[in-house]
Design a protein around this ligand. Structure first.
Ligand code: SAH
Length: 382
């Protein structure tokens, strides 16, 4: 039975699904989930990521990791962790660039946090038997410092959505229409605090009566402008308990083990409205309900909410373009082009793809978390 048919059966038996439960089933269902069965990265697949765009991306992340290790005093043993390592390209570029710091590679115990069996096989083919694999970050030992990197991992964490109705905010759910097709439906009212979305700066919470302002955990604010229907009736606000729980987990890991973590993804650097759930198949966007399990399903990362949860609300949110330029990507591109003049045009196009404001440079953001006393390269006050 197809995943769609099983989901229709599940909805008939237990009622509509939250968007988070739907995402989780589409990505991770053990039999038919996208990552469990047919993750297709790269040119011939469904989507192309920065490590596939150019080796420069992973090399600079590798230099960031090596610099972080040096700043930590060069511990003789540490866990070099990647979350959601795809086909292993990023980790292999990191390890190659890491040779620039003598001792870094020898000290690194490589951990790959990966749920997908087919991707684990690709990672092993590229990286050999050096890495250890874990299903979850919690399995990485905490008895040594940690340096962690993740590209396009946070966008896979399931989000929930709220939709604005004349009666207030309701959960947006996935149900079934009279013809047996999946559709979005308006679900039950949501608890008073929906999430950290609002027009003012990075903060702002949306309350079930449409008020915007204040902070999560604070009492219901009075005196904020009433905005019953941001974006009009049907306006969507997203929130992600999973992302926030993960932020708390990373912060806990860094507190116990010490170290630093780098996250690169597309998403928001300020609060905002809108439905960002997106399905990609064969490099083309399609409706998120069209092909459950055979399209990649992601959502924009709410970076302010992530940083708040990680107890680092004031950490900078850099654009990928700014971050990579601070690490010296333009010099790296010039050096590569000088060494391979016949490929100079291609290298410059790849550079533009990674840092151009109308390409990946602005949409993709970079945040870093570190334990006290570990200054994070690229994040020094400008
Ligand atoms: N970082 C790679 C791949 C990004 S695709 C790149 O930049 O090319 C997302 C990756 O995260 C895949 O490897 C997928 O299997 C993994 N993944 C998704 N959800 C996960 C979860 N909950 N736990 C661990 N890995 C997950």
């Amino acid at each position: 039975m197809s995943l769609r048919d099983r989901l229709v059966g599940r909805i008939a038996a237990h009622g509509p699904l939250t968007v988070a439960d739907y995402m989780d089933a589409c990505l991770h269902d053990p039999r038919d989930g996208y990552y469990a069965t047919r993750p297709a990265l790269g040119e011939g697949g469904d989507f192309l990521t920065a490590p596939h765009t150019s080796q420069m991306f992973g090399e600079l992340i590798g230099l960031w990791a090596a610099e972080t290790w040096t700043r930590m005093g060069g511990p003789p043993r540490f866990a070099l962790v990647e979350l959601g390592p795809g086909d292993g390209t990023l980790m292999s570029d990191i390890l190659r660039a890491g040779r620039a710091a003598p001792g870094f590679n020898e000290a690194a115990q490589v951990w790959l946090v990966e749920t997908s069996d087919p991707l684990r096989a690709l990672q092993a083919a590229r990286l050999g038997d050096r890495p250890r694999w874990a299903d979850e970050l919690g399995e990485v030992p905490r008895d040594a410092p940690v340096i962690l990197a993740a590209n396009e991992f946070l966008d896979c964490l399931p989000i929930r959505q709220a939709v604005s109705t004349p009666e207030g905010w309701r959960e947006r759910r996935v149900g079934v229409d009279e013809n047996g097709a999946l559709r979005f439906e308006v679900g039950p009212p949501l608890p008073p605090l929906l999430g950290r979305v609002g027009p003012e700066g990075r903060g702002g919470a949306v309350w079930n009566d449409g008020r915007i302002g204040g902070h999560p955990g604070a009492p219901h604010p009075d005196g904020f402008a009433v905005c019953p229907s941001p974006g009009g009736e049907g306006g969507v606000v997203e929130f992600s308990p999973g992302l926030e729980a993960f932020g708390r987990e990373v912060a806990g890991l860094l507190e116990e083990a010490t170290g630093a973590a780098l996250f690169i993804d597309y998403g928001r650097s300020a609060a905002g409205y809108g439905d960002t759930l997106q399905a990609l198949r064969g490099h083309a966007k399609e409706g998120p309900l069209e092909n459950p399990g055979s399209a990649d399903l992601t959502a924009w990362v709410d970076f302010p909410a992530f940083l708040d949860a990680a107890a680092a609300p004031d950490s900078p949110i850099l654009s990928q373009g700014v971050f990579l330029r601070r690490l010296g990507i333009e010099m790296r591109a010039a050096a590569l082009a000088a060494a391979h003049p016949e490929q100079a045009g291609k290298i410059m196009r790849q550079l533009e793809r990674l840092i151009g404001v109308d390409q990946m440079g602005e949409l993709f953001k970079v945040v870093a978390l570190g334990s006290p006393g570990v200054p994070l390269a690229g994040f020094e006050a400008a």
